[in-house]
Design a protein around this ligand. Structure first.
Ligand code: NAD
Length: 699
């Protein structure tokens, strides 16, 4: 059964939300809901009111298109609309199906009755944006599902299927067939039985030992929510649902909490990531209707660390993968690595054995390029050596069918050169995955000079299919991510030479919020990769300052975790980074050799020099057009390099710090002994924006 926005079905008025795709509560929709309730209240023939959405969504909550715009706050606000619904004198029934989240669930909680379709997705996800449900959700949900369950949902923001609430007063009835027909039948019953309207606000929250529970919850949430104020504010609001005498007093606590969070840096950062992730998929000169190439099969060259991880992404998406190696033993090792990932998932109960077996069955190992003749996409993940890449791409050019997309997972090599090894550079693109490739969310899509529009569009689409956050990068040494990491790491090496210790630098960066300090990260990634890149760069630019300490460690075969030692030492089978006196000796020796008298370096200087180095390089990347927008750089850093989400990424962090402050600090650093003075000149874009009082993210 379908309905127009306001329609009478016998004695029941049906108000249908009509704001596709997800029925976000835009200002216009809020107005229509209020008007619909008033019309129904005024019509003596109406005995009950049903609110319903589409098959897809009752409502996903706020309309994200209104975020930051005046309409969002304009009356009737969602709070007002819910009050109008709740205070109606005729019974209002929410008919809920599809998705019912955030403000959508808060609206449903404001109704007098709720009927629901099985498998409806229910959530109050505001905490994920650094907020709390601000339209009564923190007060009404505990009144229906109890303090503990409500707190859990609100603090985690997780989605729960409606079926889990069978038997709870949250839903009055489950409807298996047509939702509207079921809701109308329910409404008729309510009218026939003359059931009084039942307002959730009039219920009491019950708990046998609320004080003890809340005390425990405070400790648990407090320790989990480090750096994020929202979970504790959620707790405060939910607590008010039981400790405050009246519903309205509780609502006041919710409102105060919401306003505080709305103005917080953490909300700004998380909102930036939410929108940044969506913006990253938009490419200015690529029309939305660019035709896509079909990708139904994938070939992978090289079954090493990356090749196997990359393959798993496609197997998970149900896309057959043919993986090629030069030697049988390497091929077997690669297949075994793929199997192990699935076996571990099954052992941990994260995947059913038959699903894992079906995914593994989609993998075809081969030693022959003949098996790649028909694949739609090939991803090369062989050694990071231009000669090896050349041989592979010449071969691919020979064997692959016309129109096949030829991708390279190179971290730093020139994609345009790689494309030129083929007679079809328009089909070549970079697909730079991050290790472990089956886990990390980031995918840098490297757009070569000649990459065709449909190749770019297809790979961006494919990224979504394999659940990656894709960011487009132009061609340069290291693309967005590794180019910035190079200056970040370089600064850490300089700080080490000047007097800080490996431990102090990592601790300071971790206290700032980085998932891992730069030296721990280097030990995890493997020092040999960076060493190979450094050697190439030393050869390209003999005047380049050398990283004596890092080079010395690599010369000793200390490549990090995989060799049991790097900047730290590791005990067999463990990942704890332990201080190694040998590293201290090497640091001392290198300082002496370079004539450096170590000085005391403060933690603030460590963080500023490392992070501002990133920001300055980010500004250059932006200016050169390597990155389309500042938020793309932030997405690379948050999703690929462990930059703390509560700071939004390096470029937003710079905006929040104030570009003038960043530029001034950089000029100060340029005066320090031994630093690279030219490097600390603010990039022209940074200098200009700072002088004009602007930000990167408004560029
Ligand atoms: P790896 O040494 O683990 O694997 C490379 C594999 O390629 C080996 O199994 C090797 O036998 C195979 N191989 C070499 N030459 C071949 C050829 N001509 N034909 C077929 N197979 C061949 O290396 P990796 O870490 O997986 O890196 C692969 C690529 O991915 C490199 O370009 C690297 O820069 C890039 N990358 C690595 C990481 C990382 O963290 N390891 C991250 C992103 C990108």
């Amino acid at each position: 059964m379908n309905s127009t926005p306001y329609e009478l079905h016998g004695e029941t008025a049906v108000i249908t939300f009509d704001n596709p795709p997800m029925n976000g509560f835009s200002h216009a929709l809020r107005m229509r809901v209020v008007a619909g309730i008033e019309q129904a209240e005024d019509d003596a023939a109406v005995k009950a009111i049903v609110l319903i959405g589409s098959d897809k969504a009752f409502s996903s909550g706020a309309d994200i298109r209104e975020f930051g715009k005046p309409q969002m706050m304009a009356e009737p606000t969602l709070r007002t609309a819910i009050t109008v619904v709740e205070s109606a004198t005729k019974p209002v029934i929410a008919a809920i199906g599809g998705i019912c989240m955030g403000g959508g669930l808060e609206m449903a909680l404001g109704c007098h009755f709720r009927v629901v379709a099985p498998k409806t997705q229910i959530a109050l996800p505001e905490v994920k944006l650094g907020l709390l449900p601000g339209a009564g959700g923190t007060q009404r949900l505990p009144r229906l599902i109890g303090l503990e369950y409500a707190l859990n949902m609100i603090v985690s923001g997780e989605t729960v299927p409606s079926d889990q609430f069978r038997g709870s007063p949250l839903f009055d009835e489950f409807i298996d067939g047509d939702l509207l027909a079921g809701a109308l039948a329910f409404a008729a019953k309510v009218v026939a039985e003359q059931r009084p309207v039942r307002r959730v606000r009039d219920l009491k929250v019950r708990h046998p030992k609320p004080e003890a529970f809340l005390l425990w919850a405070k400790t648990a949430v407090g320790s989990m929510a480090k750096n994020y104020p929202a979970p504790l504010k959620c707790l405060e609001a939910v607590e008010a649902s039981i400790t405050k005498k009246t519903f309205d007093e509780g609502l006041k606590v919710e409102r105060t909490g919401f306003s505080t969070l709305f103005l917080s840096d953490e909300h700004r950062a998380l909102r930036h990531i939410f929108f940044g992730e969506r913006a990253a998929g938009k490419i200015a000169d690529l029309p939305e209707d660019t035709p896509l190439r079909a990708v139904k099969s994938v070939g992978i060259i090289g079954a090493g660390t990356m090749g196997t991880g990359i393959g798993i992404n496609f197997l998970n998406a149900g896309i057959p993968v043919t993986i090629l190696e030069t030697r049988a033993d390497a091929l077997e090792r690669g297949v075994a690595a793929v199997r192990k990932v699935y076996d571990d998932r099954v052992k941990k109960g994260k995947m059913k054995a038959d699903k894992a077996a079906a995914n593994v069955a989609l993998l075809t190992p081969t030693l022959s390029y003949d098996d790649l003749r028909e694949v739609d996409l090939v991803i090369e993940a062989v050694f990071e050596d231009i000669g090896v890449k050349e041989a592979v791409f010449r071969k691919l050019d020979e064997v692959c069918k016309p129109g096949a997309i030829l991708a390279s997972n190179t971290s730093t090599l020139d994609l345009n050169r790689i494309a030129a090894f083929t007679r079809r550079p328009q089909d070549v693109v970079g697909l730079h995955f991050f290790s472990p490739a089956n886990v990390m969310k980031l995918l840098e899509v490297v757009r070569g000079e000649k990459t065709a529009a449909d190749v770019l569009a297809t790979t961006m689409q494919l990224a979504k299919k394999i659940k990656k956050t894709a960011v487009v990068s132009g061609v340069c040494d290291g693309f967005i991510g590794n180019r910035i990491v190079a200056v970040y790491q370089r600064e850490a090496f300089f700080l080490l030479e000047e007097g800080a210790s490996v431990q102090q630098i990592d601790k300071a960066l971790e206290a700032f919020g980085m998932v891992m300090g730069i030296f721990r990260m280097g030990d995890l990634a493997g020092g040999d990769i960076g060493w190979a890149i450094r050697k190439r760069r030393y050869a390209e630019d003999p005047s380049m300052r050398r990283f004596a300490i890092a080079d010395k460690l690599c010369e000793m075969g200390r490549f990090g975790q995989k060799t049991g030692s790097g900047f730290y030492r590791y005990e067999a089978g463990r990942r704890d980074a332990l201080r190694d006196p040998i590293v201290d000796e090497i640091v001392d020796a290198c300082r002496k050799e370079a004539g450096i008298t170590p000085r005391k370096v403060g933690d603030e200087e460590i963080v500023q020099r490392c992070i501002y180095a990133m920001i300055n390089e980010g500004a250059r990347i932006l200016e050169e057009g390597i990155s389309q927008r500042a938020s793309d750089i932030d997405m690379v850093y948050v999703f690929g390099y462990g930059f703390p989400p509560f700071r939004g990424g390096p470029m937003l962090y710079a905006d929040m710090t104030g570009l003038i402050n960043v530029a001034r600090a950089m000029k100060r650093f340029a005066q320090l002994p031994r630093v690279d003075q030219a490097f600390w000149q603010p990039a022209p874009m940074l200098a200009r924006l700072a002088a004009e009082g602007k930000t990167f993210n408004a560029v």
